[in-house]
Design a protein around this ligand. Structure first.
Ligand SMILES: Nc1ncnc2c1ncn2[C@@H]1O[C@H](COP(=O)(O)OP(=O)(O)O)[C@@H](O)[C@H]1O
Ligand SMILES: [Mg+2]
Length: 140
């Protein structure tokens, strides 16, 4: 599913601020795996996630999702293969849009966009069903 092979990242190479954040990191996740990454402040957790999402280019190694090598793929193209939720929910959502509109954006990840009706009625029902499971009253 997700495979990280020997991924390295050093920030500010050749300067006094040079910092090796990841040194030949390898990790393999299979479908259904639930993994928590723990480590002290500055251990490289965020850097690892940024490398997977494509925020910064990696220095070496490979990142593969479902057999597709995304190592050199720009962030916006990787969005087809990987999603990310931030600790601050406002960073991953459009605050000016309705909940169902936000869900519709996520639902269409990686699909071709065209001009058609925004959210179908059947979709609205699906979102309501999913939201109800959270027990937060968001479906109303
Ligand atoms: N954009 C950056 N520029 C320079 N150094 C960075 C950058 N991002 C992270 N670092 C450095 O890389 C190391 C790992 O940081 P980070 O991945 O943020 O750790 P964590 O999320 O585990 O606290 C730290 O020493 C941090 O200062
Ligand atoms: Mg962090």
């Amino acid at each position: 599913m997700l495979e990280i092979i020997n991924v390295s990242k050093t920030f500010n190479i050749g300067t006094i601020n040079e910092k090796k954040a990841l040194n030949k990191l390898s990790l393999k996740l299979n479908p259904g795996d639930f993994v928590t990454i723990i480590g002290g402040n500055g251990a490289g957790k965020s850097t690892m996630l940024n490398m997977i999402a494509g925020v910064y280019p990696i220095d070496g190694g490979q990142i593969i999702i479902d057999g597709v090598d995304i190592s050199r793929m720009p962030e916006h193209k990787r969005a087809k293969y990987i999603g990310r939720v931030f600790q601050d929910p406002m960073m991953g959502t459009s605050a000016g849009m309705q909940i169902d509109e936000n869900l519709a954006l996520a639902f269409r990840r990686g699909e071709k966009r065209g001009l058609s009706w925004g959210i179908k009625k059947s979709e609205k029902e699906l979102y309501k069903e999913i939201l109800a499971k959270l027990g937060l009253g968001l479906q109303t």
